[in-house]
Design a protein around this ligand. Structure first.
Ligand SMILES: Cc1ncc(COP(=O)(O)O)c(C=O)c1O
Length: 423
């Protein structure tokens, strides 16, 4: 690269990613092929519209790549329809809301401090200004079980147009059959935001909400799915669905979604990213991806066991998926931001996170969230998790001791350098 300033920053980032352990559960390392597609000439091409229906000429290759991505996404998740154009998970969620809702309509979604995502109606988002969000929660944060009786009560009282199952900081499996039953009782569209667990669903180690009658799934493509940064919308079971009082016929959902994405929200699709999505979906369709998904969960569960043995308090009592949420105040009497910095200092990257009904402010919440998708890609195994838990524990203890931190950082770096190289 001729631009030395940019090259230097990129090289520094390669070093950072290589020499540290990435424990943020929403991050991963993509393959060389995904990077190649992302850096391809498709970034040069405008392709507003959809395959066969574009606003510009010269679309023989863009149509082919988008059709391939769509077909692979449908196969991967058992969908009838896929829109691969959303630039991000946030855009995918907004598009579904605008496809299905009128301003003022109600959405029943997971409480944010209980694991829901910002795009599920945080007050600071545009969606929250347009639509009314009501909340369900865990019954008991020590087990993580959702309070399905309360969910049903709220659904009947509030008559939501959408019931949204999905999370960014919830370590257990959701009972999609219960969601579907309640959704059918009140005639709500059943939407699952699988941004975090898409790779686990694709790899067959987490339930697929479509099996239980969900109508729409949104996702990111860059977390457990190990693709490029981007979004995805899938739908299924539209024709003949027994939904009782839809505001619009369900069979129109694919059209409504396509229109909501383009021209509703976005302009030209990022065709280089769509090519990279096609590569990632192709990789996730391979049998090895099932091994990867299994290993992600096995590592997360081994890490949970090690942390529990060291007296850490885990929200939900453990994990069924790829992520863990530690209550650091309850565990070690430090806030999540202090813990995040202490771990950063030794090369372990995590993020501070609220715990259910957190009394602490959002910029210094009580917990940290961590996960295993990225370290699993680099080849770490359950037997390595005792070492990781030990580092986490010691990093908190020595957080004010610069020399001890330096030594720990060297240990982490030495181990990280031996792991599988990033692409
Ligand atoms: C559940 C969930 N939905 C949506 C998003 C938003 O995705 P993006 O950051 O690509 O907009 C995230 C990202 O963290 C998420 O966890």
């Amino acid at each position: 690269m001729k631009d030395e300033k940019v090259a230097e920053i990129l090289n520094n980032e390669v070093l950072r990613q290589t020499e540290g352990l990435e424990l943020i559960p929403s991050e991963n390392y993509v393959s060389k092929d995904v990077l190649t597609a992302l850096g391809s000439v498709l970034t040069n091409k405008y392709a507003e519209g959809y395959p066969g229906r574009r606003y510009y000429g010269g679309q023989q290759n863009t149509d082919a790549i988008e059709r391939l991505a769509i077909e692979r996404a449908k196969q991967l998740f058992g969908a009838d329809h896929a829109n691969v154009q959303p630039h991000s998970g946030a855009a995918a969620n907004e598009a579904v809301y605008s496809a299905w809702l009128k301003p003022g309509d109600t959405v029943l979604a997971m409480d944010l401090s209980h694991g829901g995502h910002l795009t599920h109606g945080a007050a600071v988002t545009r969606s929250a200004q347009l639509y009314r969000f009501v909340r369900y929660k865990m019954k008991d944060p020590t087990t993580g079980e959702i309070d399905y009786d309360e969910l049903r009560r709220i659904a009947h009282a509030e008559q939501p147009k959408i019931i949204l199952a999905g999370f960014s900081a919830y370590p257990r499996q959701l009972d999609y059959a219960r969601f579907a039953e309640i959704g059918r009782e009140v005639g709500a569209l059943l939407m699952a935001d699988i941004a975090h667990i898409a790779g686990l669903i694709a790899g067959g180690v987490a339930d697929n909400p479509f099996k239980y009658g969900f109508h729409v799934m949104t996702s990111t493509t860059h977390k457990t799915l190990r693709g490029p940064r981007g979004g995805l919308i899938l739908s299924r079971g539209i024709v003949g669905n027994p939904l009782v009082k839809p505001p619009v016929a369900l069979e129109h959902i694919p059209t409504l979604i396509d229109r909501a994405v383009f021209p509703g929200m976005q302009g030209g699709p990022h065709m280089h990213t769509i090519a990279a999505k096609a590569v990632a979906f192709g990789e996730a369709l391979q049998p090895e991806f099932t091994d990867y998904a299994r290993a992600v969960v096995a590592n997360a569960q081994a890490l949970a066991q090690e942390l529990l043995q060291r007296g850490f308090t885990l929200i939900g009592g453990g994990t069924d998926n790829h992520l863990l949420l530690i209550d650091m105040v309850a565990s070690r009497d430090v806030d999540g931001k202090t813990a995040e910095r202490a771990l950063d200092a030794i090369g372990l990257t995590v993020n501070a996170n609220s715990v259910p009904d957190d009394p602490r402010p959002q910029f210094a919440p009580s917990g940290i969230r961590l996960g295993t998708p990225a370290i699993t890609t680099r080849g770490m195994q359950p037997k390595d998790m005792a070492m990781v838990a030990g580092w986490i524990d010691t990093a908190i203890t020595v957080r004010d001791d610069t020399e001890a931190q330096r030594q720990l950082a060297q240990e982490v770096q030495a181990v990280a350098r031996q792991l599988k190289a990033i692409a």
